[in-house]
Design a protein around this ligand. Structure first.
Ligand SMILES: Nc1ncnc2c1ncn2[C@@H]1O[C@H](COP(=O)(O)OP(=O)(O)O)[C@@H](O)[C@H]1O
Ligand SMILES: [Mg+2]
Length: 332
């Protein structure tokens, strides 16, 4: 079993920034799997602590869960709370999610039973005023509660799956949460003396209170099942540049690989990543727009490269100038 610090080191290879969330999630996941291991020995049932991830879109919530499940070698699926609310039969949808988990586990019910399910858009269960969801957000929460607490679900295949040890992670942007929270924290969370550590006090004050989540339509029983919260921060320009260039599987490295397989050295200069990051910041979709912007830049080049074996190098130095193409001398 990987320790929390080892999980964070693994995450660091793929997920840029979000250091607090990495630690919180690593510890949560670690204690979850520790509890499972211990409950196999002990007879006492230990209550499960599911996790709530709060943060803007495109900041790495899904990526972090997916990467963690890879580190732990457990099956992983994602689902959206909003599509549960739009379906007519929420239990059929839930059954389908669990079926996908079994599929990810190559059909092994046993493996699926210690998998991870990430349910996104949990903050959008509340129907906008005057609009009706097919089924109410509240009944979705009750259905989710049942499987989060642990129940036996019959799958379409006729097999049964026990959800007791499945880790449920919920996510949402919770737009406006800080405004709500600042209205409810009118003074210090706790009385302070000068010996108190200001960092710890800040952390307590920044805590998301269950009552803040009620505003988003989450019912007390549901928030009660999500005792751990991790906040994801907006990604700034610097972070976006790092996302494009740093991870082993970064967009830049992926395209360098493609070009290398054509015998071409691709160089994209730092200015270009800054220009792309500037645009992405404007689009306000976190890191989501990076790939599209980068591919738009590369597509015209990748269109000509395979046709011309003499090309040995391509240098892109700005979004707004033509790439420089270097060809080999024609051999005699
Ligand atoms: N912190 C990050 N580090 C590296 N890549 C990221 C990060 N945040 C987002 N991305 C990139 O953006 C894409 C969308 O991120 P995702 O995890 O789905 O965001 P969220 O679930 O928070 O909306 C990911 O596939 C990944 O390529
Ligand atoms: Mg996501």
């Amino acid at each position: 079993m990987k320790k929390p610090s080892a999980l964070v080191r693994y995450l660091n290879q793929y997920v840029i920034g979000q250091d607090d969330a990495k630690k919180t999630l690593a510890v949560a996941v670690y204690s979850h799997f520790k509890k499972i291991a211990r409950s196999r020995e002990a007879t006492a049932r230990i209550a499960k602590s599911n996790v709530l991830l709060i943060g803007p879109t495109g900041t790495g919530k899904t990526l972090m869960c997916e990467t963690l499940s890879r580190a732990l070698e457990v099956p992983f699926v994602t689902a959206e709370a909003t599509s549960l609310a739009q379906s007519r039969y929420v239990n059929d949808e839930i059954e389908a999610i669990l079926q996908r988990l079994v599929d990810r586990a190559d059909g092994s019910i046993d493996k699926a039973q210690s998998g991870i399910v990430f349910i996104d858009e949990i903050d959008k269960l509340k129907a906008p005023d005057g609009q009706a969801r097919s089924i109410s957000g509240e009944s979705v929460q009750h259905a989710l509660l049942k499987i989060m607490e642990g129940s036996i679900v019959k799958l379409g295949s006729g097999q049964y799956i026990d959800t007791t040890n499945i880790l449920f992670i919920c996510g949402g942007a919770f737009v406006g949460l800080d405004r709500i929270a600042s209205q409810t924290h009118t003074y210090g969370y706790i009385s302070t003396s000068k010996d108190d550590n200001p960092t710890i006090l800040d952390r307590l004050n920044a805590r998301v209170k269950p009552t803040d989540l009620f505003e988003f339509g989450l019912i007390p029983e549901f928030t009660g099942r999500l005792p751990i919260t991790a906040r994801f921060q907006d990604l700034g320009k610097k972070m976006l540049v790092r996302i494009m260039t740093e991870p082993a599987n970064s967009i830049y490295n992926q395209f360098r690989d493609i070009f290398r397989s054509e015998g071409v050295e691709l160089t994209v200069e730092p200015t270009v990543f800054e220009q792309i990051a500037d645009l992405a910041v404007e689009y306000k979709t976190g890191a989501r727009s990076l790939r599209g912007l980068f591919e738009e830049l590369i597509t015209p080049v990748l269109y000509v490269v395979p046709d011309d074996p003499r090309i040995e190098q391509v240098v892109i130095s700005s979004l707004f100038t033509e790439p420089r193409v270097v060809r080999r001398e024609r051999s005699a």
